[in-house]
Design a binder for this molecule. Structure first.
Ligand SMILES: Cc1cc2nc3c(=O)[nH]c(=O)nc-3n(C[C@H](O)[C@H](O)[C@H](O)COP(=O)(O)OP(=O)(O)OC[C@H]3O[C@@H](n4cnc5c(N)ncnc54)[C@H](O)[C@@H]3O)c2cc1C
Length: 454
């Protein structure tokens, strides 16, 4: 980062006033009491709730368009499932030898690759059914740092450890009451962008949200080490594993019933947490406990096996990654048929590309798109029915379950984020709601900001 950029960031932070965040630590003149529960009022053009995969991109886009922009994030860093969830392999930016998602998401991903001396996959080689070859393996720690830097550089104000508790539309503006550690804030915003992944803001604002009876399992991302795979007797391990499952000590679904796969991948993205749901503090707590206790249980079992006595946890994410919860009930719902036929809508604002990818208790068998097909996302699928000055981006896009299992991937979430940020910014400038903006204006604006639009 240049000196100027760093100075700019420190100035923005100064504007937030660290003194008001830390009433005791910030003053040297003796002890001071914590300042009660006064509610602070903050005004902004665009409020993005959820600073994850989609939210970071939406906020940067809105800020680069000249809007005052705030991110409210209940965690401690940006990036969401990419960083806190540990899913550091965004896909897919390319389809059939051509780039179909670019813009701010691509800028952030390629800067992460460059600063870590990594190499991008060769996208000109079509990998057919082996789509993971085109995912970009990134250093997720670095991604969190760069996402934060880019937000601050573009003028986005970050509010970590905060969550909305009440959302009202009054006098053509949104009033969002948030609570955080030692803070209560009334954020008055012109436009809201829900990037919570769970449609939490949409629900609080009183719009309809939908969830399936059965949701996809989540996964706690971790790595294990301290064993020599080649020297292991897999037949014996499988037998011992089956016995322990029969006894009820191990749960069949925990590792997709694939103890061998767990050892072969050293744990990388193989665990399954059935019913994983991050919507509320209660469900999220349970989801994290389930992921961790399953790992602990398995670790103890593995260490009893010959050749595995020294197995150790090398890394573990602080949260279980969640694949599916609530989606918005949007003005349009993208269907599986729309997705697999690559339908282009009059209001398509971005592409999406991935196989239909629905995980269940046995794992996942991706259903690949036909050659040449590139699905798209219409603006209407980002807008809850009956809403005003409100848009969503990310995995809670309005879609049926099968379409959602593909739309939820990271490059698509980033592309939706940029489209949502652009629509919110233009709505703010024109004093209207995203659905009233001529679609041509949104598309040209996105192109100016290097996004690829259908
Ligand atoms: C185990 C696993 C493996 C995956 N594999 C791949 C893969 O290989 N390739 C790929 O591209 N995609 C993959 N995905 C899918 C992809 O990672 C996610 O669907 C995508 O990152 C979701 O982006 P999002 O912006 O919608 O949500 P997130 O990135 O989860 O961001 C949501 C953010 O909102 C915050 N938040 C939530 N509620 C609130 C609230 N009430 N108040 C304030 N903040 C809130 C969260 O803390 C989080 O930071 C995988 C997902 C999982 C779980």
């Amino acid at each position: 980062m240049t000196k100027i950029a760093r100075r700019k960031i420190l100035k923005i932070l100064g504007g937030i006033s660290l003194g008001s965040f830390f009433p005791v630590i910030g003053h040297s003149a003796g002890l001071k009491e914590m300042s009660g529960n006064g509610i602070k009022t903050v005004n902004t053009d665009v409020l993005v709730v959820g600073g994850g995969t989609a939210g970071v991109i939406a906020a940067i886009q809105a800020a680069r368009a000249g809007c005052s922009t705030i991110i409210v994030e209940n965690g401690s860093q940006l990036g969401g499932t990419i960083t806190t969830g540990g899913v550091g392999f965004p896909g897919l930016f390319h389809a059939w030898g051509k780039q179909i998602i670019g813009g701010i998401g691509w800028e952030l991903v390629t800067e992460t690759v460059d600063l870590n001396d990594d190499i991008l996959p060769d996208f000109s080689i079509p990998f057919g059914k082996n789509h993971p070859q085109h995912q970009v393996r990134i250093n997720r720690y670095l991604y969190a740092l760069l996402a934060e830097e880019k937000c601050l550089e573009s003028g986005v104000q970050l509010r970590y450890y905060e969550t909305p508790v009440d959302v009202q539309f009054k006098g053509n503006r949104w009033i969002v009451h948030t609570i955080g550690k030692g803070t209560q804030t009334r954020i008055i915003a012109d436009q809201l962008v829900d990037c919570t992944g769970n449609a939490s803001l949409t629900s609080l604002a009183g719009f309809n949200v939908l969830k399936e009876e059965e949701i996809q399992p989540g996964s706690l991302i971790f790595r294990i080490g301290g064993y020599d795979l080649k020297s292991l007797d897999m037949e014996m391990i499988r037998k011992r594993y089956d016995e322990e499952v029969k006894k009820g000590r191990l749960i069949r679904e925990d590792f997709r019933n694939n103890i061998e796969g767990l050892l072969r991948s050293a744990g990388d993205n193989i665990q399954h947490v059935m019913g994983a749901d991050s919507t509320t503090s209660e469900t999220n707590t349970l989801t994290n406990i389930k992921g961790r206790s399953s790992l602990l249980n398995t670790l103890r079992f593995l260490r009893e096996l010959p050749g595995c006595e020294n197995i150790k946890i090398v890394s573990m994410q602080p949260e279980t990654g969640v694949r599916e919860t609530y989606r918005i009930d949007g003005v349009y719902k993208i269907t599986r048929e729309d997705y697999v036929s690559g339908k282009i809508f009059d209001d398509s604002v971005c592409y999406s590309f991935y196989p239909i990818d629905l995980h269940d208790k046995d794992g996942v068998v991706p259903d690949h798109l036909r050659d040449g097909i590139v699905p798209t996302v219409p603006l209407r699928a980002l807008i809850p029915k009956n809403s005003r000055n409100f848009i969503v981006a990310g995995r809670c896009v309005s879609s049926d379950r099968m379409a959602n299992s593909a739309l939820r991937v990271q490059a698509s979430c980033m592309a939706m984020g940029q489209a949502a940020g652009a629509s919110a910014a233009l709505s703010n400038k024109l004093n209207t709601t995203p659905l009233n903006i001529p679609i041509g204006s949104i598309k040209s604006f996105l192109k100016e900001h290097k996004a690829i639009v259908p």
